[in-house]
Write a protein that binds this ligand. Structure first.
Ligand code: SF4
Length: 223
């Protein structure tokens, strides 16, 4: 049986290296592709201690425009709440400390038509199948491109927090895209070390909208 890589351990190793070397006033810049507020909640809480974070919102797979806007609004609401904690230095109930930093957001244009073209012929694939690979590639390619253009030190994605998503595949794609665009992928498996559990707690605490399907119309109504 194929050995699985422990990407969570790899994240921690990189963070340990950063913390042992860096100038406290000059943390590395990380572009964090985010699919939605609930999935990003734990990732942001964890990463804002070690990186200057910019959330990258590129999700053309959320094919219903109203749903896309609803998830984006929740993402912005959560970032604003986290930033208020930094301004007020009030981290009550959080795992964050005074080292936490403000978070920015970068929105890419919403282009569901391109997404439908990319997955044409794969509409009937079950969730987790080939359609999802194409969907991951499309979103991580755009994130890698934005990370390279923006001079970020790393990029990664919140998608590895989902128990329904294959972290091995996501990390493989992330590494390929990093090579293609000459940037650095931050390996991750955010669900580990109770990350997924923490995202549920934070969703409850902030009253976040938690959708009950992944994003595309095919995950909502399998064909
Ligand atoms: S189920 Fe989710 S990951 Fe898979 S294609 Fe649809 S939106 Fe993308």
């Amino acid at each position: 049986m194929e050995n699985k890589i422990n990407y969570s351990r790899q994240t921690q190793k990189i963070i340990d290296r950063i913390e042992s070397r860096r100038d406290a006033d000059d943390p590395p810049r990380l572009l964090l592709h985010s699919c939605c507020a609930p999935c990003s909640s734990h990732c942001m809480e964890y990463l804002r201690e070690h990186f200057l974070l910019t959330v990258f919102y590129y999700n053309p797979n959320i094919t219903i425009p109203g749903e896309y806007q609803k998830r984006l609004a929740e993402e912005k609401r959560l970032i604003a709440a986290y930033n208020r904690q930094v301004e007020e230095q009030d981290f009550t109930g959080m795992h964050s400390t005074a080292r936490a930093r403000r978070i920015e957001i970068l929105e890419a244009p919403y282009d569901p038509d391109n997404w439908f073209r990319a997955v044409a012929g794969l509409e009937g694939c079950p969730e987790g199948g080939e359609r999802c690979t194409v969907c991951f590639e499309m979103r991580l390619e755009k994130a890698a491109q934005a990370a390279a253009e923006g001079g970020f030190d790393y990029f990664t994605t919140t998608l590895t927090i989902s128990p329904l998503k294959d972290a091995q595949r996501l990390n493989f794609i992330g590494e390929q895209m990093a090579k293609k665009y000459g940037t650095a992928w931050l390996p991750s498996d955010f669900k580990k070390k109770d990350g997924y559990k923490r995202s549920i707690e934070l969703s409850r605490e902030f009253g976040l909208y938690r959708q009950n399907y992944c994003g595309c119309v095919f995950s909502q109504n399998p064909v």
